[in-house]
Design a binder for this molecule. Structure first.
Ligand code: SAM
Ligand code: SF4
Length: 334
C-alpha cells in the first residue's frame, strides 16, 4: 500500500464504514419462517469462503479502518472451525470489537469458549417464550436449548447480552411484553426488528405480517415505562430504557424509520461478495479476486476502497410488494 492509500473507507455520501458483518455459513439448524424457506438448498462447499479466506478478508478490512466485526450466518456456531476463526480474527491488530449474532442453540456448550476466544458481545435471537410459537416460527428449534444457552452466556461473563426479536403480526406480536419482562429479569437488552423482505418465504404474507415498531411501543407502554435514550451502539436501533431497570429496549425499523443516513456498515456474504447495502444488490466479488490473485493484499484493499463508490444511498424496502431482493438473510447475515 502506498503512503497515499487512504486508511479509511468513506463512501460518496461522506459516511465512514468502520463496521463489517461476515456471514460465515449459509447453513443453520433452524428454519425461521421469516428467514428461510422450509426446504432449503445450501451452497456447495467450493462456493463458500474458506476459514483462511475469511481471515484474510477480515484482516484487509481492519487494515482499512474497520473497528468492529460481527460474525453471523446462517448459524455461525454450526460451522466447523468457527471458534478458531473467532480467535484468529479477535487477535487482528486494530480491531476493537468482535461480536456475534447467534440463535443460541449451541451456546450452552460453547459460551465459555467464545468468551475465551475474545468475543466481546452476543446478540441472541429469541422471538417468543412460548414453546408452540417457538416451534411454529423456527420450525426445527428447541426453546429450552436457547434459554439454557442464554444462561450459559451470562455465566460465562458476557455483558450487555442482547436479544433480537423479529415481530410478526398474529405469530408473536402478543409476546412483546413477555419478552421485555424476560430481558428485565435477566438484566439483558432486547431489540425488536421489523421483518425485512429478503428472499421469497412460503409460509406467510409479509404485508399481512407487518407489525410496526410504533405498535410494539404502544403495547409495551401498557406494562412498562420506557424512557427515550440518546444512547447509540453504532447500529440502527433507537433505544429506550425500561424505567428503574438495567434493560434497554431497541427498535430496528427499516420500514417505519429509515436509518440509512447514518449507515456505517458493509457485509461480506458467505460466497465472498462484498455487499454494500442489505436492501440493494450492489456488490463486488472479493472471492474471485482472492482466488485469482492469492496473497495480493494490495489488490484486495484497492477493490474494497473502490467498492465504497457504489454503496447506495438507502434501501427501498416495500412490505406490500414481492421482494426484489431474492437472496435470503442467511446468505448475507442479519
Ligand atoms: N442464525 C443467527 C440468528 O438467528 O441470530 C444469525 C443469523 S440471522 C440471519 C441474524 C438476524 O437476522 C436474526 O436476529 C434474525 O432474526 C434476523 N432476520 C432473519 N431474517 C430476517 C428478516 N427477513 N427480517 C428481519 N430480520 C431477519
Ligand atoms: Fe437460522 Fe438465524 Fe435464519 Fe433463524 S434467523 S433460520 S436461526 S439463520
Amino acid at each position: 500500500m502506498t503512503a497515499t492509500t487512504p486508511k479509511l473507507l468513506i463512501d460518496r455520501f461522506g459516511r465512514t464504514v468502520d463496521y463489517l458483518r461476515i456471514s460465515i455459513t449459509d447453513r443453520c439448524d433452524f428454519r425461521c419462517v421469516y428467514c428461510m424457506a422450509e426446504d432449503m438448498t445450501f451452497l456447495p462447499r467450493e462456493q463458500v469462503l474458506t476459514l483462511e479466506e475469511i481471515y484474510t478478508l477480515a484482516k484487509a478490512f481492519v487494515d482499512l479502518g474497520v473497528k468492529k466485526i460481527r460474525i453471523t450466518g446462517g448459524e455461525p456456531l454450526v460451522r466447523k472451525g468457527a471458534l478458531e476463526l473467532l480467535e484468529n480474527i479477535g487477535q487482528i491488530d486494530g480491531l476493537q470489537e468482535l461480536v456475534i449474532t447467534t440463535n443460541g442453540s449451541q451456546l450452552e456448550a460453547m459460551a465459555m469458549e467464545l468468551k475465551a476466544a475474545g468475543v466481546k458481545r452476543l446478540n441472541i435471537s429469541l422471538d417468543t417464550l412460548d414453546e408452540d410459537k417457538f416451534k411454529a416460527i423456527t420450525r426445527t428449534g428447541n426453546l429450552q436449548h436457547v434459554l439454557q444457552g442464554i444462561q450459559a452466556a451470562k455465566l460465562a461473563g458476557f455483558e450487555r447480552i442482547k436479544i433480537n426479536a423479529v415481530i410478526l403480526k398474529n405469530k408473536n406480536h402478543l409476546e412483546v411484553c413477555n419478552l421485555v419482562q424476560y430481558a428485565v429479569d435477566n438484566e439483558i437488552d432486547i431489540s425488536f426488528i421489523e421483518e425485512m423482505p429478503l428472499g421469497i418465504v412460503d409460509q406467510h404474507d409479509r404485508s399481512n405480517a407487518y407489525y410496526s415498531s410504533d405498535l410494539i411501543r404502544q403495547d409495551l407502554a401498557k406494562q412498562f415505562s420506557l424512557v427515550a435514550s440518546l444512547e447509540k451502539t453504532g447500529g440502527p436501533s433507537n433505544y429506550f430504557k425500561v424505567n428503574g431497570t438495567q434493560t434497554r429496549v431497541g427498535f430496528i425499523s427499516p420500514h417505519s424509520d429509515n436509518f440509512c443516513s447514518t449507515c456505517n456498515r458493509v457485509r461480506l456474504t458467505v460466497e465472498g461478495r462484498l455487499l454494500l447495502c442489505l436492501g440493494n444488490e450492489h456488490s463486488v466479488d472479493l472471492k474471485a479476486l482472492l482466488r485469482a490473485e492469492p496473497g495480493n493484499m494490495e489488490l484486495l484493499k484497492k477493490a474494497i476502497i473502490d467498492a465504497m463508490l457504489i454503496k447506495p444511498e438507502k434501501h427501498e424496502f416495500n412490505v406490500h410488494e414481492q421482494p426484489v431482493i431474492l437472496r435470503y438473510m442467511n446468505m448475507t447475515g442479519g
